[in-house]
Design a protein around this ligand. Structure first.
Ligand code: GEK
Length: 229
């Protein structure tokens, strides 16, 4: 994890605003994850939301999924996030029950899963840990199960990387992002979080034995993929 940035109470207070203003498309991706989960959730299976923050994806899935006997396990290793997440979901969750856990996702046992969501969280793990996590996700998925992986990506081509960075900065400026003190912290975080290229992600998914991978969303350097067992 990074030096100057923590997912603490201060960040939790502004988190929905902060992520919507720094990840173009976040507010579209979340309900779409609900729809994808509705399609791929299997009866009597588990759905995982790893790095759930305030539970936006879990809430969308809880409202959208129709598979009988399915349950959602939402995991985050920030105590401040988990506390707020539990409160939010207690007030709003849909028909599918959500179990919120304070846990490092590297320790989460993944089993009997039909859907696993990593919505902008793999990027916070050390690079060496990423393959091991994806391998465990793949091992815990049922046949036909789906992994939804959203990430900030980087680009091998220097010209494209420069363009993408400029576009991202334009987006943030248009959000009035720099007005918030917390946003400066956020900038610090984004400068140090280490994104992978799309090729690297696809290779990792393939190595784990997942296939049928599709990029179903991209806006500037923020992309989301779905891959199947
Ligand atoms: C959303 N998915 O709104 N184990 C568990 N949680 C972790 C770990 C870890 N090892 N490392 C980081 N986190 C959410 C948004 S935010 C994305 C995810 C962002 C958690 C961290 O505490 C934070 O809550 C989350 O991953 C990342 O759909 O802030 O850019």
């Amino acid at each position: 994890m990074t030096s100057g940035f923590r997912f603490d109470e201060e960040v939790v207070k502004v988190f929905p605003d902060m992520i919507a203003r720094s990840v173009p498309g976040y507010e579209l991706i979340v309900p779409m994850i609900g729809l994808l989960a509705r399609r791929y959730a299997q009866p009597d299976s588990l759905i995982y939301d790893l790095g759930c923050s305030l539970g936006a994806a879990s809430l969308a899935m809880s409202l959208a999924v129709r598979a009988s006997g399915a349950r959602i396990i939402a995991v985050d290793n920030s105590a401040a996030m988990v506390e707020q997440c539990q409160q939010h979901l207690a007030e709003k969750a849909g028909a599918i029950p959500v179990d919120v856990r304070l846990e490092d996702m590297l320790d989460t046992r993944i089993e009997n899963a039909s859907v696993v969501v990593l919505n902008f969280t793999l990027q916070f793990l050390d690079r060496e840990q990423r393959q091991a996590l994806i391998d465990r996700v793949a091992a815990g998925l049922r046949k036909g199960g789906a992994l939804v992986l959203s990430e900030k990506i980087c680009f091998e081509d220097e010209v494209e990387q420069a363009e993408q960075t400029a576009w991202q900065h334009d987006f943030k400026r248009a959000q009035g992002y720099s007005e918030l003190e917390i946003a400066q912290k956020r900038n610090a975080l984004e400068e140090v979080l280490r994104p992978d290229t799309e090729a690297r992600h696809l290779q990792r998914l393939h190595r784990a034995g997942l296939g049928g991978t599709r990029r179903w969303f991209q806006c500037f350097s923020f992309a989301s993929y779905i891959a199947f067992k």
